[in-house]
Design a protein around this ligand. Structure first.
Ligand code: FAD
Length: 465
């Protein structure tokens, strides 16, 4: 089979790949230089839509409506955009072998791809109950949600099992968003998770109490403190019930499992330095191997604000890390060309590239691009609720606002305080201005004299920073 060769290759065609492609175009990538190789059959899209409007009976989101970069208010990159820019979108192609030493990738169909610079953007995969040998976990109508194919199968089941029963296994953000989406489809929903409250990795007991009551009022039955240990099936191999560890058995036509994910780094094991489960990078997303970058869910990077290294599985970081890596690799390429102002100016006149303009600016200032300085940002939407969180959820907490699940004007939040400073803020039902204000607080980390006063001031404290 013929070998294909590119200057730049991105493995993975998800959120990070799409935002990287846009940045490549901004930096003046030339036709034929860049390829995106993706296991999925569609151009990069905003993955969070899959657990939200993609599943709604009304106002349903479908491609091409949510291709990147609409999720951040940017231009929608349709498949034609890649063609116009001369970017090869190599879809339905899974890379099964990566040899970083010889800069070679091999696909499942046996094609060989060579690159000069590689960006790893393989994202995460779901943890499956079959991985733990749970009995009956391979039954039909047990779903996981990561890619658009998974979402299509779930949509098919929702239609086929109209008015039926669903059990959602897991109380994280997938569990909460999926329970809401299925309930909106008039399905009878039970949610099962082992922890004492939902989203324990982020929510405090106080935050979770609001959502659990709200969901209960919407008709979702919440079963805590136990796990699914087996599934019953009928003669067609379809799931019929979920057996819980505490002995209860729940009838089910549909099961959705959201028990976590893990970054897809297997292809590169032993070839590149790893840390905290991901591929270790610097602030420019360069890995331990020259000419290899890692972005999005797979990257373990320096989180400057907290002076730590972390891996972040959220869409905002996928977008920003991809842009940072591409900006950097253009700058590095320019440095290799020689960064005298004269040479750069000649190059700019020839190419009109924004990257070169930035390099001229950087060279005049005597600086290069800034280190990645990420403020962690997570959000979720379900039913008519919408929350945002910025910063770090460590230290003492202060709950504020109207957190009555039956109040028509509910709006509440939580501050996290460490070493006398606010380090994280959560807000439900914030306006755009209020969300901006909490982001600023998490970035500025103002000191706090009294927790009681902070609780009384509530959102007003954030608004005055
Ligand atoms: P991905 O977007 O997952 O892209 C990885 C791509 O690589 C995929 O196309 C995959 O098929 C491809 N790939 C993997 N291995 C190979 C291979 N060997 N060969 C070829 N291609 C390969 N985050 C939020 O902040 N807010 C939300 O509300 C939110 N909702 C979400 C809802 C769902 C259903 C899911 C699954 C995730 C959600 N996330 C959310 C998380 C967010 O979508 C991810 O953090 C983000 O997509 C990561 O981007 P990425 O490019 O690193 O990986």
């Amino acid at each position: 089979m013929a070998e294909k060769s590119f200057k730049y290759v991105i493995i993975g065609g998800g959120v990070a790949a799409g935002y990287a492609a846009r940045e490549f175009a901004k930096q003046g990538v030339k036709p034929g230089e860049l390829a995106i190789i993706s296991k999925e059959a569609v151009a990069p899209y905003e993955r969070p839509a899959l657990s939200k409007a993609y599943l709604f009976p009304e106002g349903t989101a479908r491609l091409p409506g949510f291709h990147v970069c609409v999720g951040s208010g940017g231009e929608r990159l349709l498949p034609e955009w890649y063609t116009e820019k001369g970017i090869s979108l190599i879809l339905s192609t899974e890379i099964v072998k990566a040899d970083l030493a010889s800069k070679t990738l091999i696909s499942a169909a046996g094609e060989t791809f060579k690159y000069q610079i590689l960006i790893i953007a393989t994202g995460s995969t779901v943890i499956q109950l079959t991985d733990f040998g749970v009995k009956g976990a391979d039954a039909k109508n047990i779903f996981y949600l990561r890619e658009i194919d998974d979402a299509d199968k779930l949509v098919g089941a929702i239609k086929a099992k109209k008015g039926g029963k669903a059990v959602i296994v897991g109380g994280g953000y997938i569990g909460l968003e999926l329970s809401a989406a299925l309930r909106i489809n008039n399905i009878d929903v039970s949610m099962v998770y082992p922890e004492p409250w939902c989203m324990p990795r982020l929510f405090t007991a106080g935050i979770a109490a609001f959502y659990e009551s709200y969901y209960t009022n919407k008709g979702v039955s919440i079963i805590k403190g136990t796990v699914a240990v087996g599934f019953g099936t009928n003669e067609n191999g379809e799931v019929t019930d979920v057996k819980l560890k505490d002995g209860r058995v729940l009838e089910a036509d549909i099961v959705v499992v959201g028990v976590g994910g893990r970054p897809l780094t297997t292809l590169f094991k032993g070839q590149v330095e790893e840390e905290k489960g991901g591929i270790k990078t610097d602030s420019f997303f360069k890995t331990s191997i020259p000419d290899v970058y890692a972005v999005g869910d797979v990257a373990t990077f320096p989180l400057k604000l907290f002076n730590e290294i972390r891996r972040v599985e959220h869409v905002d970081h996928a977008r920003k890390s991809a842009e940072q890596a591409v900006k950097n690799l253009f700058l590095v390429a320019l440095e290799q060309l020689g960064d005298s102002l004269e040479e750069l100016s000649c190059l700019y006149l020839k190419t009109n590239s924004r990257g070169i303009l930035q390099a001229i600016f950087a060279s005049e200032q005597g600086t290069s691009i800034d280190e990645y300085d990420y403020l962690p940002y997570f959000y979720s939407r379900a039913f008519d609720l919408s929350w945002q969180f910025y910063g770090d959820n460590v230290g003492e907490t202060v709950l504020f606002g109207d957190n009555s699940p039956t109040s028509p004007t509910h709006k509440f939040g939580t501050y996290w305080i460490k070493d006398g400073k606010v380090v994280g803020v959560f807000l439900e039902s914030g306006t755009p201005e209020e969300n901006k204000a909490i982001a600023k607080v998490a970035r500025v980390q103002p000191p706090v004299d009294s927790l009681e006063q902070l609780a009384t001031e509530g959102l007003a404290f954030a608004s005055k920073i």
